[in-house]
Design a protein around this ligand. Structure first.
Ligand SMILES: Nc1nc2c(ncn2[C@@H]2O[C@H](COP(=O)(O)OP(=O)(O)O)[C@@H](O)[C@H]2O)c(=O)[nH]1
Ligand SMILES: [Mg+2]
Length: 311
């Protein structure tokens, strides 16, 4: 049985795309008002997609799919292409989405979410948002402060835990993150907590160190429950655009990412990155961050996203 289904939040999706829409949409409208479909039309459309961080390969893919449709469906009016573009975008965005819900209920709780990503990307804040959404669905949550690299990171998680109603399990700064995860897991299990979310460090002395540490945390939790972690959620910063895709690849290869939380979409004028991520990484975007508060997020929904972009 499905464990979690978050309510769609069209309003939040719209808020997250405000900056992207401002300049971009006006220019897109201009393209579709052009009198005819010629080479210049396609050049301008491609340039516009690339400028919104859709990425070269995804842009070419979209453009080719549209040109194919123009031919096959004998489209003459640029306005009709707009509708076709929307459909092609939804299809790319739905590509990697898995059947079912964010977390499946394990035989024995808690469901474990390991959260990974670089420093400053938005991990801890996104954990607070996810926790708040879970609390709204009536779930109990325990947070593990496994970013033991900085004392401030532990404190920050404790403050968020207080605000959103989740207990935080923490050890001292510099202690073994695996041990924190182990304690938190046992604590959640003995209390019958529904979900355990593990916050992790985003920077260590080297990248290899970091990936080793994340894998160690994974091994520790899988020793308690072989199906855990049930999700490895990568938090990506939307503002860094294309670099985020490169960064994501490292995490995907090293830690087996199952979903993406795209933070700071509200701060980006290039929301097209979402298309690039879905197309190139083939990992579902699960949530988008739309501000700094714990309510500022939305479950990612392809239709909502495209509607918010065009309407
Ligand atoms: N505008 C905006 N800011 C965000 C969002 N998510 C995180 N932030 C900010 O990004 C900064 C780093 O976040 P933090 O959670 O500490 O990142 P971490 O180092 O990965 O844990 C903080 O100032 C957050 O307020 C978002 O969705 N929108
Ligand atoms: Mg943090």
């Amino acid at each position: 049985m499905a464990f979690l289904r978050f309510r769609r939040r069209e309003k939040k999706t719209q808020e997250g795309l405000k900056r992207t829409k401002q300049g971009w949409l006006r220019r897109v409208a201009g393209v579709f008002n052009s009198p005819k479909i010629d080479q210049e039309f396609w050049d301008v459309l491609e340039e516009l997609l690339i400028s919104a961080d859709v990425g070269m390969s995804t842009t070419v893919k979209l453009s080719e799919a549209l040109q194919e449709r123009v031919k096959n469906e004998r489209i003459r009016d640029p306005k009709q292409i707009k509708q076709a573009l929307r459909e092609e975008m939804v299809s790319i965005l739905q590509g990697p989405s898995k059947d079912g819900d964010f977390l499946e209920s394990p035989d024995r709780g808690p469901a474990v979410v390991l959260v990974v990503g670089v420093n400053g990307g938005g991990k801890t804040t996104s954990i607070a948002k996810l926790t708040y959404a879970l609390r709204e669905e009536g779930k109990t949550v325990i947070l593990a402060a496994a970013d033991t690299f900085r004392a401030a990171a532990i404190e920050q998680l404790e403050i968020w835990g207080d605000r959103v109603g989740a207990e935080v399990i923490a050890h001292q700064q510099g202690s073994d993150p695996g041990a924190v995860a182990f304690d938190a897991f046992n604590s959640a299990r003995s209390k019958g907590t529904d979900v355990l979310i593990i916050d992790t460090a985003g920077r260590l002395h080297t990248k290899t160190n970091l990936m080793q540490e994340l894998n160690k945390i994974k091994r520790v939790v899988s020793r308690i429950d072989s199906s855990a972690p049930h999700e490895v959620l990568l938090v990506l910063d939307a503002v860094i655009g294309q670099n985020g895709v490169v960064q994501a690849r490292h995490f995907v290869e090293a830690t087996g990412v199952t979903g993406i939380f795209l933070a700071k979409l509200d701060g980006s004028a290039k929301g097209g990155i979402v298309l690039n991520i879905c197309d190139e990484l083939a990992i579902p975007i699960r949530f988008i961050g739309t501000g700094e508060g714990y309510e500022d997020m939305a479950p990612f929904d392809a239709e909502d996203f495209v509607s918010a972009l065009f309407d």
